[in-house]
Design a protein around this ligand. Structure first.
Ligand code: SF4
Ligand code: SF4
Length: 318
């Protein structure tokens, strides 16, 4: 039986998705036995040129991690779509925008100003900003253009499957690989490597009726390990997050941050979590409710930590 032709790519992301693949441990040998990796820039010395030379749809599957942050990310996404039978948005950043998506709170101009003009330790008297082309005696140098808005892979290309998680959990990655090898993938557009429950459904912390007078950040309180973190005022995204990770974070008394994205029945993860928080505020007046909710630090980073680009908001107006 011919080996599966596999490509892997890393766009705007931290590299954790690549590490998660290595965490398959001994199963990586099974992957090696079943698949021939034809493109994996982080591990193998293949060039873009090698991909350009492939016939269209030459790769059976491409696992694409990372958001679309710049013109290079977009160019390679289009190229890999053309060269792959199945394109998978792999991990939170490709799926919902991920942590890089929080840059959508700012404009490109504001980010350039903060990075290149105002840092106290930077000497940039000529107020130079990155240019996409620069002429040197040796020839023109080009760099990718940073986009004003971070996008998900599906916002610029046709995606066949979505594997959520920051990063996807190795047992779930293996389930996906087995489904690919066995030809048992579900309908196009499905989220795979997860389930249809919420993180709360997989969590061992006991839930009671919630009456919250004050929300805490994790470092401000030592929680009761048996009780639901949300019940104790720690904003846990479990009720608004797709299951599949085994409730990894609550297992160690840390709140879920929402990296598996919204469950199938939820249109906007952040709005669902905000609604959950507002509905448990123990307030007798509107002012008191506003005070309790208003004390939540970093609301966008709390409610939309992994999914601002995929949300109904997409980005801030700047
Ligand atoms: S809110 Fe968090 S701690 Fe509570 S049951 Fe859900 S996942 Fe567990
Ligand atoms: S508990 Fe939440 S943040 Fe933690 S791995 Fe699972 S989905 Fe991601």
């Amino acid at each position: 039986m011919p080996k599966l032709k596999l490509g892997l790519y890393w766009a705007a992301a931290c590299g954790g998705c690549e590490i998660a693949l290595v965490e398959l441990r001994e199963k990586i040998l099974d992957l090696d036995a079943a698949a021939e990796i034809l493109f994996w820039p982080v591990a193998l010395d293949y060039k873009y040129h090698d991909v350009e030379q492939m016939p269209d749809r030459h790769l059976d599957v491409c696992l694409f991690n990372g958001a679309i942050r710049n013109s290079e990310n977009e160019h390679i996404a289009h190229l890999l779509r053309q060269k792959s039978k199945v394109l998978v948005a792999f991990g939170s950043c490709a799926h919902t925008g991920g942590i890089p998506g929080l840059a959508n709170l700012y404009s490109r101009a504001a980010i350039f100003e903060r990075a290149y003009l105002t840092p106290p330790a930077l000497d940039n008297a000529d107020h130079l900003l990155p240019q996409t082309t620069y002429r040197l005696a040796e020839g023109d140098v080009t760099i990718p253009q940073l986009y004003n808005t971070v996008k998900t892979l599906a916002q610029i290309e046709d995606v066949d499957y979505f594997v959520p998680g920051c990063p996807p959990q190795p047992p779930q990655i293996w389930n996906v690989i087995e489904a690919i090898l066995g030809g048992s993938l579900p309908a196009k557009g499905s989220v795979v490597g997860a389930n249809d429950k919420t993180v709360c459904d997989e969590c061992q912390h006991a839930r009671q009726e919630k009456r919250i007078k004050k929300f805490y950040r994790p470092h401000q309180i030592i929680p009761d390990s048996a009780a639901c973190l949300f019940d104790q005022g720690i904003l846990c995204a479990g009720p608004a997050t797709r299951g599949g990770c085994g409730a990894l974070c609550p297992k160690v008394d840390m709140p879920c941050r929402g990296c598996y994205g919204a469950p199938a029945h939820v249109a906007d993860q952040g709005a669902a979590l905000l609604s959950a928080a507002a509905s448990v505020a123990d307030a007798s007046t509107e002012d008191e409710a506003a005070r309790i909710i208003g004390e939540i630090v970093d609301p966008v980073g709390t409610f939309y930590r992994f999914g601002l680009p995929a949300s109904l908001l997409h980005r801030a107006k700047t």
